[in-house]
Design a protein around this ligand. Structure first.
Ligand code: APR
Length: 320
């Protein structure tokens, strides 16, 4: 059986980390693609030279020509520019729309059978644009946001309760922006929901509110610290989880920016919802019943995504 092929479009901070993780997990052969000639080739060679030490077998290569992604099983897109301090994810809209239009065309030509994971920000618009530009079925184009946002929530909760991150499960809905909806009701420690833990005196509502707020602004906190870019280890780890669930048909329940066709009352938009990822891509959207407060936050988040899509249509005629 030949190995799977993973194409990473964008060989920057996230792209390089994705290649490293995909190698360590032996998910398949890896192609790094970037417009900056030399960077994908250099990173591929460096990582290949780590493989005897770490003990993984994979062919790693770098390219600046889309032909190199031909026949990829998974394409993960990070091409574009990341945030600098003071910028919101939305500030990246115009530049990254142009980038995603080109990437979509490359995927359409060379990897139309792939499962495509978009990471480029502003995520909910970029994944929408990527699906349009590539023409791939919507169940095979998803955005990585929810796994990362819930990982941040899980980490902060594990610190709060002084328990293993493995025993914390968190639930985040909505767009990948500062008005995302971390759900307190559906987040648990060892299966016990957060409201019960508040009632048990393990924490307070105020502390949970602060954690929710820190989760919402989790990306910005890292941009502020790094000063020269945005987060990359956790985003890469999150996308690898999604790729692995697809490649191994694990049917993991993962929150992703998925195309909604009426679910949650939303039609024709990509928004963060819990999904099942298996061999057919997004196999199912899990539609939970929101309470009034969650619905209000979700609607606000969806409206932000809608506003950005309208702006995108005005900025780039490819998406009008
Ligand atoms: N085609 C291919 N690659 C491109 C293109 C393009 N048209 N335009 C830019 N790139 C490449 C850059 O050369 C760079 O190597 O995309 C890479 C982006 O890498 P970084 O600048 O290191 O950014 P990174 O931290 O990896 O984040 C990438 O993910 O989380 C989002 O907001 C983040 O949109 C950003 C993206």
């Amino acid at each position: 059986m030949s190995r799977k092929k993973i194409a990473l479009v964008g060989a920057g901070n996230i792209g390089g980390t994705l290649a490293h993780l995909a190698g360590l997990k032996e998910l398949g052969d890896i192609v790094l693609f970037d417009i900056v000639d030399g960077v994908p080739q250099g990173k591929a060679l460096d990582l290949a030279q780590s493989s005897p030490v770490s003990g993984f077998d994979a062919t790693l290569s770098g390219a600046s020509d889309y032909a190199a992604i031909a026949g990829a099983d998974v394409v993960i897109v990070t091409a574009g520019v990341p945030r600098q301090p003071g910028m919101s994810r939305d500030d990246l809209l115009s530049v990254n729309l142009g980038v995603v239009a080109k990437v979509g065309a490359g995927v359409k030509q060379y990897a139309p059978g792939a499962f495509v994971i978009c990471i480029t920000n502003p995520l909910d618009v970029m994944v929408w644009a990527l699906q349009k530009a590539s023409g791939l079925p919507a169940n095979r184009v998803v955005g990585m946001a929810g796994v990362l946002d819930s990982a941040r929530f899980r980490y902060f909760l594990s610190e709060e309760f002084k328990v293993s991150v493995e025993d914390v499960s968190a639930f985040v809905l909505g767009g990948h922006g500062d008005d995302m909806v971390p759900s307190v009701r559906y987040s648990t420690v060892g299966g016990v929901p957060l409201p019960d833990l508040i009632a048990m005196g393990w924490t307070t509502q105020a502390r949970i509110d602060a954690i929710v707020e820190r989760t919402r602004k989790g990306g910005g906190e890292i941009v502020g610290l790094l000063k020269t870019g945005s987060a990359y280890y956790a985003p890469a780890a999150s996308a690898i989880d999604m790729a692995e669930s697809y490649l191994k048909d694990k049917r993991r329940v993962l929150p992703c920016a998925a195309y909604l066709d009426g679910e949650y009352g939303v039609k024709g938009l990509y928004v963060g919802v819990p999904t099942i990822i298996g061999a057919n891509g997004v196999e199912r959207v899990m539609e939970i019943k929101l309470d009034a407060a969650e619905q209000a936050m979700f609607d606000k988040s969806v409206n932000s995504v809608k506003t950005l899509i309208e702006a995108a249509k005005g900025l780039n005629k490819d998406f009008a």
